[in-house]
Design a protein around this ligand. Structure first.
Ligand SMILES: NC(=O)C1=CN([C@@H]2O[C@H](COP(=O)(O)OP(=O)(O)OC[C@H]3O[C@@H](n4cnc5c(N)ncnc54)[C@H](OP(=O)(O)O)[C@@H]3O)[C@@H](O)[C@H]2O)C=CC1
Ligand SMILES: O=C(O)C1=N[C@H](C(=O)O)C[C@H](O)C1
Length: 245
């Protein structure tokens, strides 16, 4: 049985991960943690950490994981460049799965998006991405949407800084051919919706994923923990866990 430290225990995802860990026959709860509690004490009883908290906590979490040489499954989104550097540097010493989305469906959407972008070329097809989440979500666009944009940028030879247009307002003029639109919606209790749209003259392709339960993310994270436990140091994502690469 793999004992797991679950951070953010009172959070929406923390609660789902506790349930997923209890259900999985290969895992057990080593400890749980919330803001203000001692993380070093919590990590001692565990062989892996699953973290869904807030980006500002990630640096101290990673430092603790390094001190105790414990693998980390990181689902938290909204990191700054500096925080990402800390995670990437730590992955040279401990194994880390860092994924903006642990659902099998979204990871299939990543795969489909890359294939669709290769076929539906930007000289004919305009690309727009939308995401919608519950009213409590604090980062935008979602980590999943950021990954979709990375995939689209890579496939189309565009860049996040220069070619992604976040929303539109006022006299913006005609759409630029290389532009990729990004639109964030927030409201109600939406668990997580993402759409990639390829719109041409006379036709439109829409790839949509809708999550209706956080258990899809939580059980994916537990699956990632079981996969990670005997891996060497390195930075992995859910595509590695699902062998989609
Ligand atoms: N990769 C994926 O598949 C998914 C990723 N996410 C991401 O997971 C993260 C959490 O989402 P969600 O569960 O909805 O958020 P919640 O706000 O419901 O939960 C956040 C948790 O983090 C804790 N926390 C906040 N600040 C700190 C801190 N400084 N130190 C330690 N713990 C802290 C909170 O504790 P307290 O309540 O005491 O403040 C709370 O338990 C987000 O970044 C979200 O985008 C979400 C779903 C899926
Ligand atoms: O905060 C959330 O709720 C979610 N966050 C992740 C993200 O930012 O992509 C994944 C999921 O869509 C739910």
């Amino acid at each position: 049985m793999l004992p797991i430290l679950i951070t953010g225990k009172s959070g929406r995802m923390g609660q789902a991960v506790i349930e997923a860990t209890e259900i999985n026959p290969g895992t057990t709860i080593g400890a749980t943690h919330d803001a203000g509690e001692n993380l070093d004490d919590a990590v001692k009883a565990s062989k892996c950490i699953i973290d869904f908290t807030v980006h500002t906590f990630s640096t101290s979490l990673i430092e603790t994981a390094l001190r105790h040489k414990v693998p980390v499954v990181m689902g938290t989104t909204g990191h700054t460049e500096a925080e990402l550097q800390t995670i990437h540097a730590a992955a040279k010493i401990i194994p880390i799965v860092h994924a903006p989305n642990f659902s099998v469906g979204v990871n299939t959407l990543f795969w489909l998006t890359s294939r669709a972008a290769r076929i539906l070329k930007q000289d004919a097809f305009d690309i727009e991405v939308t995401e919608m989440h519950h009213r409590h979500k604090i980062d935008a666009p979602s980590g999943t949407a950021r990954r979709l944009l990375d995939i689209l940028n890579e496939e189309t030879g565009t860049s996040y800084k220069e070619d992604v247009a976040h929303g539109r307002f006022g006299n913006i003029g005609p759409r630029k051919a290389k532009e990729i639109g990004m639109h964030t919606l927030r409201g109600g209790d939406v668990v997580g919706d993402h759409t990639v749209m390829f719109a041409a003259d006379g036709e439109r392709v829409e790839l949509t994923h809708k999550a209706s339960s956080r258990m899809t993310f939580a059980s994916g994270a537990v699956r990632a923990a079981l996969w990670l436990i005997d891996k060497p140091a390195g930075l992995y994502d859910m595509q590695d866990v699902l062998e989609l690469k």
